[in-house]
Design a protein around this ligand. Structure first.
Ligand SMILES: [Fe+2]
Length: 262
């Protein structure tokens, strides 16, 4: 990927997002939320990529992947007024359809185009398919790390915002009821990604977000999470009863094993 191609993609992205502009404040806020998220994921992926020592062309490809990874979110919100894939459609697949329909990647080499589409396709999967090429898996992994770094920021900002009015698009319409689901607890105790199907309330959702740590791929991402205290900040917005502490222990144990803790 060269500078010119990346600039063209950025220009297209800005113009495309403009087409979703709305006078309705709630709609516009949700469009802004995804646009801002995208631009920050671009920064995160460059930051992780640089620390991994990627050469310039790979950094530019990584940035293009980050720029386009959530392109399906705009059409998804316009059509269904939700960011819940389960209540609408898979936003990664939708994004690929959007890119093909608008012929956004037409001027790129086949290999580059395939890498972009592959990373987008896999960015929201519970796990990566083993049969893909190393390059496809590498760019999928770095995107998944960068994406999580920013989603953590968004949800944590939301939990700590003063006079926090609930944004149903962030909280996915979940009830703020006491306790957590047994299955969510089991996933965390087994140090595995929480299954989205187990999410019943806001506590489950916060625990799921803690569990993203089990899916982090690169050391620079771990370093960022530690420096920003993401795990601790989520812990602090959950109850501190014995049942929860057992789950936090499991998460911190994983962090220590991955050379994460101070
Ligand atoms: Fe994203």
């Amino acid at each position: 990927m060269d500078n010119k191609s990346l600039s063209q993609l950025k220009e297209w992205f800005t113009g495309y997002v403009q087409t979703f502009k709305s006078n309705d404040t709630e709609i516009q806020e949700n469009i802004n939320l995804k646009q801002d998220h995208t631009l920050r994921v671009c920064q995160e992926i460059i930051c992780v990529g640089k620390q991994l020592g990627l050469p310039e062309d790979a950094l530019q490809l990584a940035e293009a992947i980050a720029l386009l990874h959530d392109i399906g979110r705009f059409e998804q919100y316009a059509r269904y007024r939700t960011f819940m894939d389960g209540r609408s459609e898979n936003h990664a697949e939708l994004g690929i359809k959007v890119l093909l329909k608008h012929e956004v990647l037409k001027q790129l080499d086949d290999e580059i185009r395939d890498l972009i589409l592959c990373a987008i396709k896999y960015h929201n999967r519970p796990s990566l398919p083993p049969e893909e090429t190393d390059r496809c898996l590498f760019f999928s992994r770095i995107l998944r790390d960068a994406d999580k770094l920013d989603i953590w920021k968004v949800v944590i900002d939301h939990y700590y915002r003063r006079n926090s009015e609930s944004n149903t698009a962030i909280e996915l319409h979940l009830p703020d009821t006491p306790g957590f689901s047994k299955e969510v607890g089991r996933d965390l105790l087994n140090q595995r990604i929480v299954d989205m199907n187990h999410i019943k309330n806001l506590n489950d959702f916060k625990l799921l977000q803690m569990g993203w740590i089990f899916d982090i791929n690169f050391k620079p991402t771990f370093d960022c999470i530690r420096e920003r205290r993401y795990i601790e900040l989520i812990q602090d917005v959950l109850p501190q009863t014995k049942e929860y502490l057992a789950l936090f222990d499991s998460v911190y144990k994983f962090c220590h094993e991955h050379n994460f803790a101070n």
